[in-house]
Design a protein around this ligand. Structure first.
Ligand SMILES: Nc1ncnc2c1ncn2[C@@H]1O[C@H](COP(=O)(O)OP(=O)(O)O)[C@@H](O)[C@H]1O
Ligand SMILES: [Mg+2]
Length: 240
């Protein structure tokens, strides 16, 4: 039996009051172990889709399955549990807590997983070592560079060993060198089996990933794959 896809969106729409149709019927299947880029103009619905996948937001119509669960059938507390167990998030502007050191920011990634504080901190230190920031454990965000802040955010996302990592423009606020380090970590996590979706404005980054999903006006307009990947190697549209 083939395992359920990690992400399955069927005819997903998202509308906001005032007639904004952020998603207009999105179909997307992402298999375990895929690494994909989501690209498209500003306002085309990329973040909305990522938030719907990450269960931070609910779709207006359509079916959203994450890790095999139909999320429309889950209560808010079951959704929190699904997020805590299966999903890690990384955002463009890091979303770190000011005044809390790197260890505690990363330990917060386990807050909803029911792990006692002492173990949360121990696991946070291991996660900081994975992003090669052990030497910055006791620094607060204002004592870290942008690239270092994003590595703390990645450590917070990976500390719970999620199956799925969702990153919304993780290199968008970084210089090229720091962005390259962040993408290196993304590739390492992918190599260790994590399924990853990365929204990016950077064509060079998009082209370096095995699958690219292009958005325009709330719809997917192309979905192309290159190289080897676990799912069927289907190529559609211009794989620019
Ligand atoms: N909370 C919201 N309320 C109203 N409109 C929103 C909200 N979030 C996003 N939108 C609108 O939905 C559309 C898609 O936004 P978004 O998903 O953020 O695009 P992208 O990430 O591709 O730049 C835009 O027109 C945006 O203004
Ligand atoms: Mg966005």
């Amino acid at each position: 039996m083939t395992p359920a896809p990690v992400i399955e969106l069927r005819d997903v729409t998202k509308s906001y009051p005032g007639g904004v149709h952020a998603l207009r019927g999105v179909n997307l299947t992402v298999e375990e172990g895929e690494l994909l880029a989501v690209v498209g103009p500003s306002g085309s619905g990329k973040s909305t889709m990522l938030n719907v996948i990450g269960t931070l937001d609910r779709s207006t119509t359509g079916t959203v399955r994450v890790a095999g669960y139909d999320v429309s059938e889950l209560s808010d507390s079951r959704l929190s549990a699904l997020r805590a167990r299966h999903i890690g998030f990384v955002f463009q502007h890091f979303h770190l807590a000011a005044g809390r050191d790197a260890v505690d920011n990363v330990a917060d990634g386990l807050l909803y997983a029911g792990v006692p504080l002492k173990e949360r901190r121990a696991r946070a230190r291991e996660a900081l070592a994975k992003v090669r920031l052990d030497h910055r454990s006791s620094h607060t965000p204002n004592e870290l560079s942008g690239g270092e802040k994003q590595r703390v955010a990645i450590a917070r996302a990976l500390v719970g060993a999620p199956r799925l990592l969702l990153a919304d423009e993780p290199t968008g606020a970084l210089d090229t060198a720091s962005g390259a380090i962040v993408m290196e970590l993304v590739h390492e996590l992918h190599a260790s089996g994590t399924t990853i979706c990365v929204i990016t404005h950077d064509n060079e980054i998009a082209d370096s990933l095995p699958r690219r999903v292009r958005f325009r006006d709330g719809e997917i307009v192309s979905d192309s794959r290159s190289g080897t990947c676990p799912a069927s190697s289907r190529t559609e549209g211009a794989g620019s």
